[in-house]
Ligand binder design. Structure first.
Ligand code: CA
Length: 525
């Protein structure tokens, strides 16, 4: 063995998704230089960066550029075979109209159920299961965030060591609650998001609230009677547990802090008495998402996640996929996969609502793609959407949620959310997510304090450089070292380990977490 560079010729690797595609992406680290001969004998006319497309045939001006078997764009001028097909050479197709769609027409393959898989979770009074045992402190308004955070730091230092079964204390900080048009029709979205967030299965049904006093979002409006499951006899008679900072009983800042700490103690005692128990894998509520995507997202990580989605659905679990602007261009595939025409119609309603929302801001779905997406080889939102949608696997869609709603169905659900990583994650938490899977090609250190986040790298180069941030490397698929199925199974087993607390994700290890960000399409005042 020698460390000297060898003269071994570079083996060009290109990936074509469908036989009908007239472009392929270059898989080699660092891309391929002009003059490289591909196995087909075709010679590259340009240098093609990693993840970018090469024309496999002569593409005439106006001709469709096909990837995933569909037109992702039209050539603006003639593109000879062997050329680098970058976004400046393409015009983007119009979004599919939302009428005359195939409604619940696809009958997916009937897979046998997957039985015998379990994890160790915390069973809650309402039947849901937590993967972590966290005290969450709900806030009605941003005004109380500083005081709550001060109290949380003291709880962590002074109280938490006495309750070893409790994993963490988390303040559910947000920017809402006052200075907003709270009676606007769309205000229901941030309000129900906050309500359902405080009921996430990882919080054990313990709800405590810090309120300012004068805010628009009063505690009773946030959590009306009957919205909280009864934890025990005492809490049902005491009503909502609220610390109100403007309460006349408080003299001085420390009185507020101590009041929050005293209330926290009651909840910590109950949480600490809980133990993990063996539960079926069907108790997983998984949210899948991508962020910082590249052209490999739809080739490696997302197909592996999609395979894992099918495994989870076969095991009876709940899986949510989201990100409306990233599925809009694949709407015909999704309405076809809906289990009933009513569900297909619900999906169309969500798309139409989002089209109108974007239009109000004088943009359309094309506002989604980032400079990083383009650098990673994704020419436009159509190409990005085709790669994103793959996360949903092949199961029928049995549920559709509007933003902020709570999940009620097992199986595969479309939970409508913006594609913004933090807003999507927040809405999936509100829906009841107890485990998050996040794929990335460009790389993001994303994490949530409320729920474990398993991050899947689309490329080996990213997995190598970010070895202590990425939990799974799906780049092995592009290198031919692992199959989509193998990485899907690896992810499935890792999910059971992480859900059980046997393994921590890198984001948990480093305590990396992003802010909760509410989706508020209503006006602020
Ligand atoms: Ca995202």
């Amino acid at each position: 063995m020698s460390d000297c560079p060898t003269d071994e010729p570079l083996k060009p690797l290109t990936i074509r998704m469908r036989d009908s595609d007239n472009v392929a992406i270059v898989a080699n680290d660092g891309g391929l230089p002009a003059g490289t001969a591909l196995p087909s004998g075709m010679v590259l006319r340009d240098k093609v960066p990693q993840g970018h497309k090469v024309a496999l045939v002569d593409l005439p001006a106006g001709g469709a550029v096909l990837r995933y078997g569909i037109p992702i764009g039209y050539a603006i001028s003639d593109i000879p075979a062997g050329s680098w097909v970058h976004e400046r050479l393409l015009s983007m197709p119009e979004a599919r109209e939302l009428d005359a769609l195939p409604m619940a027409t696809t009958r997916g393959q009937a897979w046998p159920p997957l039985e015998g898989y379990t994890f160790e979770g915390y069973r809650n009074a309402d039947g849901s299961v937590g993967t972590r045992n966290i005290l969450a402190i709900t806030q009605t308004v941003q005004c109380v965030a500083g005081v709550t955070e001060f109290a949380v730091q003291r709880i962590k230092q002074e109280l938490l060591p006495r309750y070893p079964n409790v994993d963490d204390v988390v303040a559910l900080e947000h920017g809402y609650g006052c200075g907003v048009a709270i009676d606007a029709p769309d205000a229901i979205i941030p309000i129900r998001t906050l309500r359902n967030l405080s009921l996430n299965p990882n919080f054990g049904g313990e709800v405590m609230v810090v309120s300012l006093g004068c805010e628009k979002l009063q505690p009773e409006r946030l959590l009306p009677p009957g919205s909280i499951p009864v934890v025990d006899e005492r809490s049902s008679t005491q009503g909502l547990d609220v610390v109100c900072l403007q309460d006349e009983a408080h003299v001085g800042f420390m009185s507020m802090v101590e009041s929050i700490m005293r209330q926290a103690q009651t909840h910590l005692q109950r949480l600490n008495a809980r133990c993990r128990e063996t539960v079926p894998a069907s108790e997983l509520v998984v949210g899948v998402q991508c962020g910082g995507s590249d052209a490999f997202s739809g080739v490696t990580a997302n197909p592996a996640v999609g395979f894992c989605t099918d495994l989870l659905v076969r095991a009876g679990a709940s899986v949510m996929f989201s990100e409306t602007t990233e599925v809009r261009d694949g709407i015909a595939q999704l309405t076809a996969r809906a289990a009933t025409p009513e569900l297909a119609e619900a999906m169309v309603r969500e798309m139409a609502w989002y089209d109108a929302y974007l239009q109000r801001g004088s943009v359309d779905r094309s506002a989604n793609t980032t400079p990083g997406n383009k650098k990673g080889g994704l020419s436009n939102i159509v190409e990005k959407a085709m790669g994103s949608i793959v996360k949903s696997g092949s199961a029928p869609i049995v549920g559709v949620l509007s933003p902020g709603e709570k999940l009620q169905t097992r199986g595969l659900t479309y939970a409508a959310t913006p594609a913004s990583d933090f807003i999507c994650g927040t809405l999936q938490l509100a829906a009841g997510m107890n485990l998050h899977v996040f794929t990335t090609g460009r790389g993001t250190p994303y994490g949530l304090a409320e729920c474990p986040v398993i991050k899947v790298a689309t490329r080996t180069d990213l997995a190598r450089r970010w070895h202590d941030l990425m939990d799974v490397n799906a780049g092995t698929i592009a290198e031919g070292k692992a199959t989509i199925e193998e990485v899907g199974w690896q992810l499935f087993h890792l999910m059971l380990d992480v859900a059980s607390g046997r393994k921590k994700t890198w984001a948990e290890h480093w305590k990396l977490h992003n802010a909760l960000v509410l989706f508020n399409p209503a006006p602020v005042t």
